[in-house]
Design a protein around this ligand. Structure first.
Ligand SMILES: Cc1cc2nc3c(=O)[nH]c(=O)nc-3n(C[C@H](O)[C@H](O)[C@H](O)COP(=O)(O)OP(=O)(O)OC[C@H]3O[C@@H](n4cnc5c(N)ncnc54)[C@H](O)[C@@H]3O)c2cc1C
Length: 418
């Protein structure tokens, strides 16, 4: 331990909050994890993701060329992009800034920020989970991108070139090589790019719950409540207010996913964050499983072998955090899954809608608030929150202990939009 033990609250018990709380506890602090739901619950984005520990997911969604494709995507029922049209006026300010970052210069800047929090994800997960009940959920293997043809891969090489530039190793696979391992694969997929040195989690909700259980067993405490306000006091302490109760802490970490924006606003910060809604369907008791996670490059969907069955997760819908799920994305998932495995059978399905916390510049907010000393932000992980959660937890614990992280933290600066 490199500083005096502190009394610390972590608001939000998804993968970011639980990882942060556990690293802070290991530093000898007294840590309370606050959430309105139990860690690992379906209400969390951390419950329903595709489970990929995606070391190579360093390229943002907004890339050169995306903006011109959007109008046709919105009217194509086969496209992975959906919009609740009544939400468009609220979305416009965010989407305009988000798309403005889709130029080569911004993308390269964002990649430099993401590589440091994703690049060693599998090691970071193992370091956090080793000898805990969560360790059993971690699997190693490639992250396999599947394409209808080699030409469709070569048509858009930008993202893979960036990954190569950053030392990410990958192998090409022909159709023959693909079906040697997975003979059930549908004809739609003729070519593969396998990102090496990756991993996946066989039950993301169970994983978060197991990490939290370890944290509680070893002295961490829980407060199940809805946080209404976080406010600094004149003596440097921080108050957390819920309905009917206020508690004080030396330090507070805000890691409430997409819902962090509202609490950050109360502290005087602008954190332009939108819910990028995503879906999953789990095909339970399937007749077979993929050998490792497949990213269906044409469908923007991932099929991951999980304890409960094959989980197909992905797609993008804009419509805010309040509206319920739409039918069309779930139908599309089913259709794409049929193309992946035309002959698969299963017993039942589970479907889920979740909220990726998406900042306009695709970079998370990490570090101490310049407006509220002793309040730290750890949110905004967009598509890479499971991947980067343990590393972000460790970096946050380093900052709180006064240890200087060995990476440049400026891309994630908390006040960058104020
Ligand atoms: C379809 C889909 C697929 C994905 N696939 C992957 C993947 O394969 N790999 C990957 O790395 N990432 C993936 N992601 C992204 C990843 O899931 C998220 O980035 C990550 O889960 C965010 O974690 P979090 O802890 O910040 O938020 P959450 O898990 O959403 O946790 C936030 C918590 O804060 C609590 N909270 C909020 N407000 C309050 C309040 N006022 N008071 C009390 N509690 C509060 C909530 O109840 C919640 O428990 C995917 C996302 C989606 C939607």
């Amino acid at each position: 331990m490199s500083s005096e033990p502190k009394k610390i609250a972590v608001v939000g018990a998804g993968i970011l909050g639980v990882s942060t709380a556990e690293w802070l506890r290991r530093d000898g602090n007294t840590v309370e994890l606050i959430d309105r739901v139990a860690p690992g619950s379906p209400e969390q984005t951390s419950y329903g993701n595709a489970g990929v520990l995606a070391n190579s997911s360093i390229v943002p969604v907004a890339v050169p060329g995306l903006i011109s494709k959007i109008p046709s995507m919105l009217f194509d029922p086969e496209s992975p992009l959906f919009l609740k049209w009544s939400y468009l006026p609220r979305l416009l300010p965010w989407i305009t800034r988000f798309l403005a970052n889709g130029n080569e210069k911004s993308v390269r800047r964002i990649v430099e920020g993401l590589v440091h929090i994703c690049g060693d994800a599998v090691d970071q997960h193992l370091t956090l989970a080793r000898d805990t009940p969560a360790e059993k959920f971690i699997n190693h293997g490639p992250y396999a991108y599947l394409f209808p043809s080699r030409a469709s891969y070569e048509k858009d090489p930008f993202a893979f070139e960036l990954r190569k530039e950053h030392g990410m190793r990958f192998e090409e696979k022909t159709r023959e090589q693909l079906i040697e391992v997975d003979p059930h694969l549908g004809d739609r997929y003729q070519f593969g790019i396998f990102m090496l040195d990756h991993g996946w989690v066989a039950d993301p909700g169970g994983y978060v719950a197991a990490l939290a259980e370890y944290f509680f067993t070893n002295g961490g405490t829980s407060w199940q409540a809805e946080v209404e306000d976080i406010s600094p006091n004149s003596d440097g302490s921080i108050s957390i207010e819920t309905q009917g109760e206020t508690r004080q802490y030396d330090k507070v970490v805000l890691s409430a996913g997409v819902w962090s924006k509202k609490l950050a606003e109360r502290l005087g910060h602008k954190t332009p964050l939108e819910s990028e809604r995503g879906y999953h369907m789990v095909f339970k008791s399937p007749s077979y499983q993929p050998p490792y996670p497949y990213c269906l490059a044409d469908a923007k969907m991932v099929a991951t072998p999980m304890d409960a069955g094959v989980r197909c997760a992905g797609l993008v819908e804009f419509g805010g955090t309040e509206a319920g799920p739409s039918e069309a994305p779930l139908k599309l998932i089913q259709k794409r899954f049929k193309a992946l495995y035309p002959n698969m059978t299963w017993e039942e399905t589970e479907s889920w809608l979740g909220h990726r916390p998406a900042p306009v510049d695709s970079l998370p907010f990490l570090g101490e608030s310049p407006k509220a000393n002793n309040v730290y932000f750890a949110f905004g992980t967009h598509h890479i929150g499971l991947t980067s959660g343990p590393k972000i937890g460790r970096l946050t614990a380093d900052l709180i202990a006064g240890r200087t992280p060995n990476i440049d933290m400026s891309p994630y600066r908390v006040g960058r939009f104020d």
